[in-house]
Design a protein. Sequence first.
Length: 272
Amino acid sequence: MTFSDKYGPWALVAGASDGVGAAFAKGLAEHGVNVVLLARRRPVLDSVAAQIHTTTTAKTRVLAIDLATKNAASVIAEATSDLELGLLVYCAGADPNFQPFLANPIEAAESMVQRNCVVPMQLCHHFARPMVERGRGGIVIFGSGAGLAGGPNMVAYGASKAFDMVFAEALWAELHPHGIDVLGLILGKTDTPALRELEYSRGQIASPNDVPPGACAVSDVIAEAFENLANGPTWIVGEDLRAATQMMGSLTRNQLVNLMIQASAASMGPDN
């Protein structure tokens, strides 16, 4: 069975406007899979679609939807009702703020949970049923090292990513016997436009064009993702993060949280 036979003819990529999501969408198109590009910003999505059309024969469909809205999943389901979707990739939900929980209104945390937990759960429930009926397909949910232990400045974000990891693992346990590949990708620091803007705003890099120190290249993340689509339920991306998670296995939860506190302080810089 070819890649497109297994995961096509259409895939939905949530968070496809830039960074890892856009790169994943382009990789799918290169593998012969048509792509639904989903994010908030229509002009940026149109640009990604244009790049796909220039370099591949894949079709695209653009959906400009805010995933934090209550009816996002139902709108997406309706907008794709005429497509046979063989792969769901949920790459949305980064936290651009990196601020204390009480520094923002509770609505900010609620939006994070809606975008990172509720909507992917709803979309998986909607799209997995026909995949099971066909006996093929896949689901990829992007997680984060922030979900491995609690730490300051990412309270709701870290908790939502812990949910994503366990949800993907449990979904794999149920769907893998039916021929569905489910993969939770746990990412560490990744060189995306969002990370560059955040680190530049905190004085960690001199320009938004600089690569943040220690950040994995998007191309490396995508290469590992495609190589391990069938190697669920969880794949830790990058040698550094894999080594860190092995070390974390020897620590108590209290020690892990204190480690996250130190890492958070270091990332804020000496003047914060």
